[in-house]
Design a protein around this ligand. Structure first.
Ligand code: CP
Length: 320
C-alpha cells in the first residue's frame, strides 16, 4: 500500500458517522493510509503525519464507558499533533442545554468531536447544528464504524486479498454486527450473521449494508450458528448484553448460550479460521478462554488497529 500520508483529501465527508459515509474509493484509501501510518509509527516525531492536526483541538464526548476507543483516540490525536479536550459527560449529555447548542458552542473552539452516545440521531443532530465541525461516531446504538475499520484492517493484514472470504458474526445483530457488515461487504467480504429469533440484524440495516457490497459479496442471516460458520474464514462475536441492556442480562444469557464461540464451533468453520471480538469480552459467556487465547485469535490486533484506523479517519476528514 503506497497511500501518501502528506496530502489531505478535500473530497471526504466532514463526518464519519457510518462506514457508509465513505465511498468505496475512500474506504480503500483510508485503510491504505492506516496501514502506512502503522508502519511509520516507529518514526515517532519524524513520521510525515506528526503535524497533521497541529493547532487543532478535538473534543471527546463520551456518554458511556470506554477503554479502547477513548484511549486510542487520545493517543491518535496526540500523535497527529492535535490537542484533546474532554468536557465532562454531564456537561454535554446532562440536559443543561440542547445537544444542538452544545454543538454550536464546541464549533467555535474545536475542529472535531468524537462522540459515544445512544441514539444515532443524536450524532446527526450534532453534525447538522455545527456545519464546520467534523463529527466522528465512537459508538452509537446503531453503528460502531471505527471498530469496523480496525476490524477490516486486521483482516487485510492477515489475508492480503480479502475478496471472496467470509466472516461469520455469531450473536446479537447489534451495532458491531451492522458496521462490520458494511465494512466487509464494501471490501468484497461475504458476511454471515447468526442470531436467535428476535435478535437478528435489523432488516433496514441489512438492506443498507447489502447496497454497499462490492465484487459480488453477499450478506446472509442465519439462526443456526453452525450453518453460519460452515464457510467462514473468521468467526466474530460480541457480548450478549451491550451497554444499556444490563437489565436484560439474565434473559439474554439463557437465549444466547447456544451461540457461544467454543472449540466445537471453531472446528465447524473453515481450516485456519480466525477468531475476532471487539472487546471487552465476557469470557465463559460468548467465548471460551480456549478460543480467545488461541493462536487464531486476533482480538488484540483489532484493539491495536483501532489506533491506526482512527488516525487515518481523522487525517482524512478533519479540515483546516
Ligand atoms: N471495542 C470498544 O469499543 O471498546 P471500548 O468500549 O473499551 O471503547
Amino acid at each position: 500500500m503506497s497511500t501518501p500520508t502528506t496530502t489531505r483529501q478535500r473530497s471526504y465527508p466532514k463526518d464519519f458517522l457510518s462506514v457508509l459515509d465513505f465511498s468505496h474509493d475512500q474506504l480503500d484509501e483510508v485503510l491504505g493510509l492506516a496501514a502506512v501510518m502503522k508502519h511509520e509509527r516507529n518514526l515517532l516525531n519524524h513520521a510525515p503525519t506528526t503535524h497533521a492536526l497541529r493547532g487543532r483541538h478535538v473534543a471527546l464526548l463520551f456518554e458511556k464507558p470506554s477503554l479502547r476507543t477513548r484511549s486510542t483516540f487520545e493517543v491518535a490525536i496526540h500523535e497527529l499533533g492535535g490537542q484533546v479536550l474532554s468536557p465532562t459527560g454531564d456537561a454535554v449529555f446532562g440536559g443543561r442545554e440542547t445537544i444542538a447548542d452544545v454543538a454550536r458552542n464546541l464549533e467555535r473552539w474545536v475542529s472535531a468531536v468524537v462522540i459515544r452516545t445512544f441514539a444515532q440521531s443524536r450524532l446527526e443532530t450534532f453534525s447538522q447544528a455545527a456545519p464546520r465541525l467534523s463529527v466522528v461516531n465512537a459508538l452509537s446504538d446503531q453503528e460502531h464504524p471505527c471498530q469496523a475499520m480496525a476490524d477490516v484492517l486486521t483482516l487485510i493484514e492477515r489475508w492480503g486479498d480479502v475478496q471472496g472470504r467470509t466472516v461469520a458474526f455469531v450473536g446479537d445483530g447489534n451495532n458491531v454486527a451492522n458496521s462490520l457488515a458494511q465494512a466487509c461487504l464494501g471490501l468484497g467480504i461475504n458476511v454471515h450473521i447468526a442470531s436467535p429469533d428476535g435478535y437478528a440484524l435489523d432488516a433496514a440495516d441489512a438492506l443498507r449494508a447489502s447496497g454497499h457490497a462490492r465484487f459480488g459479496a453477499h450478506l446472509r442471516l442465519f439462526v443456526d450458528p453452525v450453518e453460519a460458520v460452515r464457510e467462514a474464514n473468521a468467526i466474530y462475536t460480541d457480548v450478549w448484553a451491550s451497554m444499556g441492556q444490563e437489565s436484560e442480562k439474565a434473559q439474554r444469557d439463557a437465549i444466547f448460550r447456544p451461540y457461544q464461540v467454543n472449540d466445537a464451533l471453531m472446528a465447524a468453520a473453515q481450516p485456519g479460521a480466525l477468531f475476532m471480538h471487539c472487546l471487552p469480552a465476557h469470557r465463559g459467556d460468548e467465548v471460551t478462554d480456549s478460543v480467545i487465547d488461541s493462536a487464531v485469535s486476533v482480538v488484540f490486533d483489532q484493539a491495536e488497529n483501532r489506533l491506526h484506523a482512527q488516525k487515518a479517519i481523522l487525517h482524512a476528514i478533519v479540515r483546516a
